[in-house]
Design a protein around this ligand. Structure first.
Ligand code: G4P
Length: 420
């Protein structure tokens, strides 16, 4: 399955995050408790260097409690403060406040050593889309909070939520696009609603889910979609006569020949059975695999299959290695890019000097000086005009103007390519 990848979104989100992170002492990293590893952004470690950190495993009410416990221990074992919460509950805010104080301890000690006492800790919330950032901010802020903002200097344009005297939370969460060029991670993200599933093949996604659940939570699907249905029908005897006939028909059309079932992949065969049991049928009574897949995916996102986790604690170390490999590859890419930028800057500087020499030769000292200035880093519209204006004679004017326009265009193009 080809899961789409959005580098443009990710770059933009990362840039915004980089801007905001400078303003805070610590970062509250939200992950989805059902996929606490797949929902982490690999850039976050680099972005959070030197900052305190708390990892919140959100939507813990939807996750497998035993696995959540293991994941929380895993994070703690790696020296990361971690706690599982239902972000919708007010008490999540209370719990996290204690963790924030813990994460900010070093910062408080540093302040104290410099004679600063009682300065509130500044925090920001960051995480992938739909993980619960806004919900958490609301719960955390509660009624006791007050909004502050537009303080001159540092916080211009930013809104802070003050909680008592000791914490200020930036009210704009940092969105980090998940990394999902790994197909399985993409599927897990889609199954918790972190990425839109329109980009995925629904049947393939549903079959992956069925295979996973059959392995990790055997019997759950049968109980939810096959047996539960039968139990309901026993209770509703009146209607049951009709519906069980239909079901028999449906089941009958699924696998009239047992060998037919054996030839299908087991996950797909179960999908068809679920479709039949739920009477999701096409014209002619054939089970509708597409509708059954949509139902399963939706039920999974909303926790209707039960409390399940799609990441497994036993995969944690391997996934961490992959994350680190990605980070190192990214770092060396960044270094390469920086090298290229420096080389380009050096080339521009050299050509500026050459231009300056050329100008000096042709227009004499004054024009030469101006040409030198405009040939540097800040060349652009103004650079061109300045050259023209300062050149003083007819020759200087015309050469200045044309040089200015040409350079100005180059300047704009450079800025454009930087933006991209
Ligand atoms: P975001 O800012 O990170 O994008 O996420 P947001 O807070 O908007 O939350 C996304 C959805 O997840 C919301 O549901 C929200 O209620 C739900 N949610 C957030 N935290 C938790 C949690 O800990 N447990 C559970 N069960 N759900 C949580 P929605 O359906 O989009 O909206 P609504 O139900 O609030 O109307």
């Amino acid at each position: 399955m080809d899961v789409q990848w959005y580098p443009g979104h990710m770059t933009k989100a990362r840039r915004m995050m980089e801007e905001n992170i400078r303003l805070v002492d610590l970062v509250i990293e939200l992950v989805d408790a059902r996929i606490p590893l797949s929902s982490r952004n690999p850039d976050i470690d680099a972005l959070c260097t030197g900052k305190g950190r708390v990892v919140l495993l959100c939507k813990a009410d939807l996750a497998d409690p035993a696995k959540t416990e293991e994941f929380t221990e895993y994070f703690r074992g790696r020296g990361i403060l971690a706690v599982a919460v239902d972000a919708r509950e007010r008490k999540a805010g209370e719990v996290v406040r204690r963790y924030i104080q813990e994460a900010g301890r070093e910062k408080i000690a540093r302040d104290r050593a410099r004679g600063i006492v009682g300065r509130p800790l500044r925090a920001m919330v960051a995480g992938i889309p739909n993980v619960g950032k806004s919900t958490f901010i609301n719960s955390f802020a509660g009624r006791a909070s007050t909004k502050t903002g537009n303080k001159p200097g540092v916080t211009r344009g930013k809104q802070w939520i003050r909680l008592g005297g000791d914490v200020e939370l930036l009210d704009t969460p940092g969105i980090l696009w998940p990394k999902f060029d790994n197909q399985v991670i993409g599927m897990r993200l889609a199954l918790v609603g972190a990425i839109r599933d329109e980009v995925l093949d629904k049947q393939e996604l549903a079959v992956w889910l069925i295979d996973y659940l059959e392995q990790e939570y055997p019997g759950v699907l049968q109980q939810k979609y096959l047996q539960e249905k039968a139990a309901q029908e026993e209770l509703q005897e009146g209607e049951a006569a009709d519906s069980s006939d239909q079901e028999e028909d449906a089941e009958g059309t699924v696998f009239s020949d047992p060998e037919e079932e054996a030839m299908l992949p087991p996950g797909y065969a179960l999908l068809l059975k679920i479709a039949a049991a739920r009477r999701l049928l096409m014209k002619g009574g054939e089970p509708d695999a597409d509708r059954a897949a949509s139902m399963l995916i939706d039920d999974c996102k909303n926790g209707r299959i039960g409390r399940i986790s799609l990441d497994r604690p036993q995969d944690a170390l391997k996934m961490e290695e992959e994350r680190q490999a990605y980070t190192s590859a990214r770092e060396s890419e960044t270094e390469k890019e920086a090298g290229k930028k420096k080389a380009a800057a050096d080339r521009r500087k050299k050509s500026g000097e050459a231009y300056s020499d050329h100008s000096r030769k042709n227009t004499g000292n004054t024009a030469g000086k101006t040409g030198g200035r405009t040939g540097g880093k800040t060349i652009g519209r103004t650079g061109g005009k300045t050259t023209g204006r300062n050149s003083g004679n007819a020759f200087g004017k015309s050469s200045g103007k044309s040089a200015g326009r040409g350079r100005g265009t180059k300047g704009r193009n450079d800025a454009g390519s930087r933006r991209r």
